[in-house]
Design a protein around this ligand. Structure first.
Ligand code: GLY
Length: 416
């Protein structure tokens, strides 16, 4: 063969090879952070195992771990973090702890008092089933999907998040509020339909996603936190915030739940409309002019800006500091990494942005030194500034989505 023919073939072969051989620096980045996480998780385990039947969530101002009961929305994240820690490191001690912390949550399968069952059960039992294929876990997940479905209304076409919601201005009282976070609960319903063959759960998820897309996302693909429906007519009565800066602002973690929720909904449906919403919501985050250079968003994209005013009773107006929210960044990193694996998207853009967040969170500014931070991995998250709680603290769900993102990046590097 002539050099004119050989050279392009050689070049193409080398490029293809490089594209499929993972960069050793990236593999070592992932492995180092799994090792650091494994050590730190073990530290939190030591504390958590001294307390029976409570679930770690954050730290108090003295740096002590704060626990909740199992009925709080965050109860499943610690077990989920242990599963991801096990998956990333192969440490069977973490697996045994993950089993123990998951199985304590079994009573949740009949819980119907708020919408967060998807978080509570899918992050714990969902990972448990994915990694062990234990049929008992599958049954618990299906029963949980049944319980969650009781909150769906044919009249509104959505799942009720909370039983009531009062506006921050003290005027509005609603009995059918839906928050953008609720998109995250749909994964449990898609799962239940897949494993049972009963499409009732999937139908609920589709109806919820459709209405959320219609009523909760603005024209610029930012999101409202809370949409209140008329429980009798299904009409939208108001659009407000509970945890964000103002009713017309974009609460960063709400935007992250939307990016993640619509990315997952596209994975489960292959409906291009959901891919469109997921990519545009992701673009809103990535391209926002106030996104700091490390891509860890401020807690609300509009905090302390002209044109955005917190309602009279919200504590947001007493907060001049624009705190970052590492939890929003961790959720977004995980979602972007999944988004980057879909055909027809700018894979490089979403992967680079996801990896950038992951690297920021893995740096000294966010990743806690061993033994500090109450044993949680990440610093600088925000629970709810509007309520004046959990400001600039570790949060168990920030750690969960960080570990999920690390696992997703590991799989991308492995070409899986
Ligand atoms: N799902 C509640 C929150 O994100 O704070």
């Amino acid at each position: 063969m002539k050099p004119k023919v050989i050279l392009p073939i050689l070049f193409l072969s080398i490029s293809l090879l490089l594209a499929f051989v993972a960069d050793p620096n990236e593999i070592s980045f992932v492995n180092q952070n799994f090792s650091a996480s494994e050590k730190q998780l073990t530290k939190l385990l030591d504390t958590a195992n001294q307390i029976d039947s409570l679930y770690p969530r954050t730290t108090n101002p003295e740096g002590k771990v704060v626990f909740t009961n199992m009925y709080e929305w965050t109860s499943g994240f610690f077990a989920g973090s242990l599963w991801y820690g096990y998956e990333g490191t192969g440490n069977t001690a973490l697996k045994n702890e993950a089993i123990k912390w998951t199985e304590k949550l079994e009573p949740l399968k009949n819980f119907t008092e708020h919408h967060d069952l998807g978080f509570m059960v899918y992050c714990s039992y969902g990972n448990a089933y994915r990694l062990t294929k234990n049929e008992k876990y599958k049954d618990i997940l299906v029963q949980s999907a049944k319980s969650l479905s009781t909150r769906f209304s044919e009249k509104t076409g959505v799942i009720k998040s909370w039983d009531r919601f009062g506006s921050w201005d003290g005027k509005g009282r609603y009995d059918f509020p839906v928050i953008i976070d609720n998109m995250m609960n749909l994964e449990l319903l898609f799962f239940a339909s897949k494993v049972t063959g009963d499409d009732r759960y999937k139908k609920i998820a589709l109806s919820h996603a459709e209405n959320t897309m219609k009523h909760q996302i603005r024209d610029d693909f930012s999101s409202y936190h809370v949409v209140c429906y008329d429980s009798q007519t299904g009409k939208v009565l108001s659009r407000e915030t509970a945890q964000g800066y103002a009713n017309n602002s974009t609460w960063a973690r709400g935007q992250s739940w939307g990016i993640y929720g619509f990315t997952m909904t596209y994975r489960e449906t292959q409906d291009p409309r959901y891919l469109n919403v997921a990519t545009k919501m992701a673009d809103y985050y990535i391209n926002h002019e106030d996104l700091p250079s490390d891509y860890v968003a401020y807690w609300d994209f509009n905090a302390n800006q002209n044109g955005y005013t917190p309602s009279v009773r919200s504590k947001a107006k007493e907060m001049p500091t624009n705190y970052r929210d590492a939890s929003a960044a961790a959720v977004t990193a995980s979602a972007l990494l999944e988004l980057s694996t879909f055909k027809g998207v700018d894979a490089k853009k979403y992967r680079d942005a996801g990896v950038k967040i992951l690297k920021s969170l893995s740096g000294a500014a966010y990743f806690a030194k061993y033994g500090t931070n109450g044993g949680f991995l990440l610093r600088h998250s925000v629970g709810s500034i509007a309520h004046g709680v959990e400001i600039d603290v570790p949060l168990v769900y920030a750690d969960y989505y960080y570990l999920e993102a690390l696992n997703r990046y590991k799989k991308i590097l492995a070409g899986a």
